[in-house]
Design a protein around this ligand. Structure first.
Ligand code: PHE
Ligand code: ZN
Length: 862
């Protein structure tokens, strides 16, 4: 079974009980103050279970008073502990008034009500509302909210909450008093409040049925110009959801607020999204193409939650993928339609093959619908989100786009205003399409990465192609026994005469044979086109055929994937002791040269075809990760390619035209290919310094600036040191750009990285209290610097251990996210294993360790 978490309160999915009371309306009044905010909550409750006590959740609160139907309770009429307020004898229907006090300023966890700089803001998902007031803090209690916010008028021009504004005035004491009402019943995790001073950008959106919606984006004073892109992205998302899924916005106002202190990317609070400023603010000088892409996709994501998450929400937190997997799928489809579907898919596949496969193979393995949870914050994972999205994508593949859209429409119509389960979702899909999804449902309960072994046999006399498929899911730490899953396997047959055929094979059993008749010559089979299922493919395709697929498949993702498979094999051969020169076929070099000479229409695809798999992708292919072998092989191949392809690289680099920065798909693709050329050229030594300097100096945008910095860091340390100093100097006042600087410094593959990190810790903009700053330094170090993180003297592991230990007392949620790279210690060689395990053990021994870190360390060591 799972880890020994018996000393702490682990919850199981099967223990779900409906609430004993429901709360139909809530009136909240906030009297804001940095250290003593008073919250008055007046709730209407109705009993749903005879005799049961009312147990309200609450943490880090000072209780000032409790009243039932207006009558104050004395202390012996309720029970209070660190986690709850319990009332025993209550009528069937009553009004409960609870007054509490809290200190936003000392709230470093950034859950509940906290201060982000001068701005008051809230974060309630998953269980943050209990830090604001005593409440039934669970997603299946849906209430109508009325909110009053009171704060000094001068200092707080904007007092925001969910829904529509009812009134605003300034009282005799000089306080601004604003009232809000959200007509849609919602769970408390969607509650939000913001108070501060901002620049406000506004827009209008007319919905497909002609309703006028006012869009408002709030950013730091002076940053208005950097909000324009996000605001336009919001309009695109709103239009797209109408066109693709016929879903329209439902309130008269939609607000987005950017704050610099935020644990995650953004939050879909009803009508009042709160965003990490990193996913809102952008201009050419400070944001990369990748940043622009992320902003559009996250703006879309949070907007799409308005239906998939808010109008229909989760019954309990085990159902998280119900809203997150589905909404990630929707944002991926949106991004694909706004830009390049191939590139979007490649990026999604990379994430699954690195982080998600690693999660399945490690101590935190869980199904997309987890079974057991100690700290819910630990389950906002790539499995729940991104594998969850893969599961939805498979449904669409199996049901067809129209069938899937019909299922989604039925689901939303049937459950509007309800808190439901993943089973309810599947039921709607099944009812709308009359397809049997019982085997498919296993994707929700089974963890682990299926391995799909495939082979082909061609019989010329009968003109028949036989395809043999077998699936096997290895045991995971949480679940020893696995069953066969329903797998949509998209294939393409490539014939010598240039013709092609597409087929969808639907696998339902452990082993299956598919017979394709009337195949008159033996084709090359492209397996798992578009990564049609999140599995590890085992196919014995020889080098020549892989290169043929890379050159000829219709699907760009399949072409890229063939190159990835090819390189994986070459890296394995190098690790086995072959010289890189000996395993690199001439055919490959000339193919890469021809791509450089005649790039694809999609230049970004060309860049991907020319890129080697990264360290993490390769690492996932080994039972025991050969750290040094992978690093040496990658360096060797890149160096060799840089030399062999120098001329075509240089020509391609110079041929790509330079124009003033603009973010669009074609321009971003051009920069991507140019950066790739620069990366290789930096390795070829000749003139590289000059080229890098010039690339850096002539850049009119952050994408090119970062490309020059990253390329020089890998190959030309002296140049890198010069450029990074200039960069740090130039952007010393811009926190979001300094994050890029921190991340670069921390990804330095040389030993000087430790001094670099020390220096950055003393930077005026660095703060242990700001998750963006901490992550910029330490996620980059532990996830993008395998050379130094995996040092054989343990210095890298110790650095991460110290940060996690320190951060646990400040922001446990962020600490627990940072620890991830240490958890998979069993995947490394004995020396590294021992070092990593010892670091985890020291963390486990910290007295008063948070549930967040405890759960992970404990699962990992057990
Ligand atoms: N629900 C948010 C999203 O996916 C993520 C989030 C979770 C934000 C928990 C904050 C806290 O859009
Ligand atoms: Zn989400």
């Amino acid at each position: 079974m799972t880890a020994n978490t018996n000393t702490r309160n682990v919850k199981s999915r099967h223990d779900y009980q409906p609430p004993a009371f429901i709360i139909s309306t809530v009136k909240l009044c906030f009297e804001l103050d940095n250290t003593a905010t008073k919250v008055t909550s007046v709730m209407q409750l109705q009993r749903r279970q005879a005799g049961a006590p009312l147990k309200l959740d609450g943490q880090h609160l000072q209780l000032l008073s409790v009243a039932v139907n207006g009558k104050q309770l004395s202390e012996h009429e309720y029970r209070l502990d660190d986690e709850s307020l319990t009332l025993d004898t209550l009528p069937d229907s009553f009004e409960l008034t609870v007054v509490t006090q809290l200190s936003p300023q000392t709230n470093t966890a950034l859950e509940g009500l906290y201060l982000a700089g001068q701005t008051f803001c809230t974060q309630c998902e998953a269980e943050g509302f209990r830090r604001i007031s005593y409440f039934l803090d669970r997603p299946d209690v849906l209430a109508e909210y009325f909110v009053t916010i009171i704060a000094p008028a001068e200092q707080y021009p904007f007092l925001l909450s969910n829904g529509n504004k009812l009134s605003e005035h300034i009282d005799s004491a000089g306080n601004r008093v604003v009232q809000w009402h959200d007509p849609f019943a919602k769970p408390c995790y969607l509650f939000a409040l913001v108070a501060g001073d901002f620049d406000r950008l506004t827009e209008r959106f007319v919905t497909q049925s002609g309703r006028d919606v006012s869009l408002e984006l709030y950013v730091d004073k002076g940053a208005a110009a950097k909000g324009e892109f996000a605001l336009q992205a919001l309009k695109r998302a709103m239009r797209w959801d109408e066109q693709r899924f016929n879903l329209e916005y439902d309130l008269d106002i939609y607000m987005v607020v950017a704050v610099d202190f935020f644990n995650m990317g953004a939050m879909e609070n009803k009508g009042l999204n709160i965003f990490n400023s990193k996913y809102v603010l952008a201009d050419a000088g400070t944001a990369t193409d990748k940043d622009y892409f992320n902003i559009e996709s996250i703006i879309g994501h949070e907007y799409f939650h308005n239906w998939t998450g808010n109008r229909v929400t989760c019954r309990d937190w085990f159902q998280l993928s119900l809203k997150e997997g589905l909404t990630v799928f929707r944002d991926q489809e949106f991004s694909a339609d706004m830009g390049s579907p191939t590139l979007c898919r490649i990026d999604a596949v990379k994430l699954i093959r690195t982080a998600q496969f690693a999660e399945d193979a490690g101590p935190m393995a869980h199904p997309i619908r987890p079974e057991q949870v100690l700290e819910m914050n630990n389950f906002y994972t790539v499995t729940v989100y991104d594998k969850g999205a893969e599961v939805i994508r498979m449904l669409q593949t199996l049901l067809g786009r129209n069938g899937f859209a019909a299922g989604l429409a039925l689901y939303l119509q049937r459950h509007d205003g309800q808190a439901v389960t993943c089973d309810d979702f599947l039921q709607a899909m099944q009812d709308a399409t009359a397809k049997d999804l019982s085997r498919f449902a296993l994707w929700y309960s089974q963890s682990g990465t299926p391995e799909l072994a495939v082979s082909q046999h061609y019989d010329a006399p009968s003109a028949q192609l036989t395809l043999n498929l077998s699936q096997h899911t290895p045991a995971t730490t949480d679940q020893p026994i696995k069953q066969a899953l329903m797998l949509p396997v998209q294939i393409e047959l490539l014939f010598a005469d240039g013709t092609k055929q597409q087929h969808l094979l639907v696998m339902q059993e452990a082993s299956q044979q598919f017979l394709l008749p009337e195949i008159h010559t033996e084709p090359v089979v492209v397996w798992l086109e578009h990564f049609s299922a999140p599995v590890k493919l085992k196919a014995d395709i020889d080098d020549r055929h892989l290169l043929f697929i890379a050159g000829n498949a219709s699907d760009g993702v399949a072409r890229w994937d063939a190159m990835q498979q090819f390189w994986s094999r070459k890296v394995a051969q190098a690790i086995a002791g072959n010289a890189v020169e000996d395993v690199l076929p001439e055919a490959l070099v000339s193919m890469m040269a021809s791509w450089l000479q005649q790039p694809e229409p999609d230049l970004a695809l060309t860049a991907e075809l020319l890129s080697l798999p990264d360290f993490d992708t390769l690492a996932e292919q080994y039972q025991q990760v050969p750290v040094d072998g992978i690093l040496a092989a990658l360096a060797g191949f890149k160096q060799l390619l840089a030399m062999r392809l120098r001329e075509p690289l240089l020509q391609c680099y110079q041929r790509l035209p330079l124009s003033a920065y603009h973010y669009d798909q074609a321009a971003a693709a051009q920069r991507r290919l140019r950066s790739l050329c620069l990366h290789y050229l930096a390795l070829s030594a000749v003139d590289a310094t000059e080229l890098l300097q010039q690339h850096y100096q002539s850049a009119d945008n952050m994408t090119d600036t970062m490309a020059a910095l990253a390329a020089s860091q890998q190959a030309q340390p002296a140049t890198f040191n010069l450029l990074i100093d200039d960069f740090a100097q130039r952007w010393q006042h811009d926190a979001l750009v300094m994050d890029k600087c921190f991340a670069l410094v921390a990804s330095d593959p040389a030993e000087q990285v430790f001094d670099g990190i020390e220096t950055m810790l003393r930077h005026p903009l660095f703060s242990w209290h700001n998750p963006n700053r901490v992550r910029a330094l330490y996620s980059a170090f532990s996830m993008r610097n395998p050379q130094q993180f995996h040092r054989l003297d343990g210095k890298g592991y110790a650095a991460l251990e110290q940060v996690v230990g320190k951060l646990d007392g400040i922001n446990a949620q962020v600490a627990a996210r940072l620890i991830t790279p240490l958890l998979s210690w069993r995947r490394f060689d004995p020396v590294r294993q021992q070092l990593m395990q010892a670091a985890l053990q020291r963390l486990a021994n910290i007295p008063g360790l948070s549930n967040d870190v405890y759960e992970k360390v404990n699962r990992s060591l057990t």
